[in-house]
Design a protein around this ligand. Structure first.
Ligand SMILES: *Cc1c(COP(=O)(O)O)cnc(C)c1O
Length: 354
């Protein structure tokens, strides 16, 4: 039997997507060729790329004046590409510091200009989202992380900012409705809610590019990939194909709003048990709790070995918390069925009864 996969990333994908993907590796489109051995310039693959982009546009309602790109290098390369493409020479960008991923983004931006930290939750080990912060005028852009995968916090209300809003949505893209119009640039590594590692989705408003007078290396210039339609060089064909299948699956479920309702229900089930159960405590501030990564501590360490063994026996995988938070982290991405969460909740109840 398949395990209950609570891994934070790479992570669970829909079963039917994995089945279809594995078929395509051997025989794609019944052409007696593998998807990964055909030219990326061939019609069958160009169709995959176009389908993937069309699905992104449809599912997130992306306006026509935004480009949709599939790049490589993960979200981590976007930490660099964003300032390279958007920060003016001697410019200044504003960042929200909400965890390790934000910090890494900030570190990269510092190589390009001044960085203003407008909000920072490091004082409480990032267990909340800063609020009521000011984004100074004359910033080249404001950068935030929508979902903090490690700490289990999530931005519920994005700021209305006068400058370009840039967001790392690696761990919650397609998990809830967003108003793309609010953002100038969105990026997300594929491996949390979309597909295998190796592709990065970028959604960028065309008019914000080409304004910095910086000389940008070809591969790091968003314009290269817009002009090349994500085919300037060989794209990561397999991750893009599997992402396309996942997006199709989301559409089949009824789209992002149906997925969002499900995610709320799933998260509620686990959070209510954490709050009810005398043995467990949630780590994130309640109002900022993530729907994707649910972090909690066992407050009686003497029961840890027993609980871990129970989880293992029940086929639960990947719930160990990140070392900077400790305890447990249940990642309940789009493809996670509520049945798996019920298995975990039952174990928590059992442990309390023992
Ligand atoms: C996983 C993750 C990253 C890093 O992504 P890579 O694709 O490994 O570079 C960045 N930001 C967030 C929010 C993440 O969850």
């Amino acid at each position: 039997m398949k395990k209950h996969n609570f891994s934070a990333g790479p992570c669970i994908l829909p079963e039917e997507v994995l089945k279809e993907a594995s078929k395509a590796v051997i025989n794609f489109n019944n052409d007696n060729l593998s998807l990964i051995e055909i030219s990326h310039r061939s019609k069958p693959f160009i169709n995959v790329m176009n389908n993937a982009k069309d699905l992104v546009r449809e599912l997130l309602n992306v306006p026509q004046d935004y480009s949709i790109l599939f790049l490589q290098g993960g979200a981590s390369l976007e930490f660099l590409m964003v300032p390279f493409n958007l920060m003016k020479i001697n410019g200044n960008a504003s960042y929200l510091n909400t965890g390790i991923w934000s910090k890494k983004a900030i570190q990269e931006a510092k190589g390009f200009g001044k960085v203003t930290i407008s909000g920072d939750s490091s004082d409480k080990n990032f267990n909340y989202i800063p609020k009521n912060y000011e984004i100074p005028d004359n910033m080249d852009y404001f950068h935030c992380t929508s979902n903090n995968t490690i700490y289990g916090t999530q931005i519920k209300n994005f700021p209305n900012c006068k400058t370009h809003l840039v967001c790392d949505m690696s761990s919650d893209i397609f998990s809830r409705k967003i108003d793309v119009r609010k953002f100038a640039l969105i990026y997300a590594g594929a491996q949390k809610n979309m597909g295998p590692a190796g592709a990065t989705l970028v959604i960028v408003k065309n008019e914000i590019l080409g304004k910095t007078n910086r000389k940008i290396p070809t591969m790091l210039n968003y314009q290269t990939h817009i002009t090349g339609e994500s085919m300037f060089n060989t794209p990561p064909v397999f991750p893009i194909y599997v992402s396309m299948l996942t997006l199709k699956w989301i559409k089949k479920q009824g789209g992002v709003s149906v997925i969002e309702k499900r995610n709320i229900k799933k998260a509620k089930l686990l959070y209510s048990e954490i709050d009810r159960n005398s043995l467990f405590n949630g780590t994130a501030l309640i109002e900022d709790r993530s729907l994707m990564n649910i972090c909690f501590l066992l407050n009686d360490e003497s029961k840890k070995d027993m609980f871990d063994k129970m989880c293992e026996d029940a086929g639960i995988n990947g719930i160990k918390g990140h070392k900077s938070v400790g305890g447990y982290r249940a990642s309940v991405y789009n493809a996670m069925p509520i049945e798996s969460i019920k298995v975990l909740v039952d174990l928590m109840r059992k442990l309390e009864k023992n």
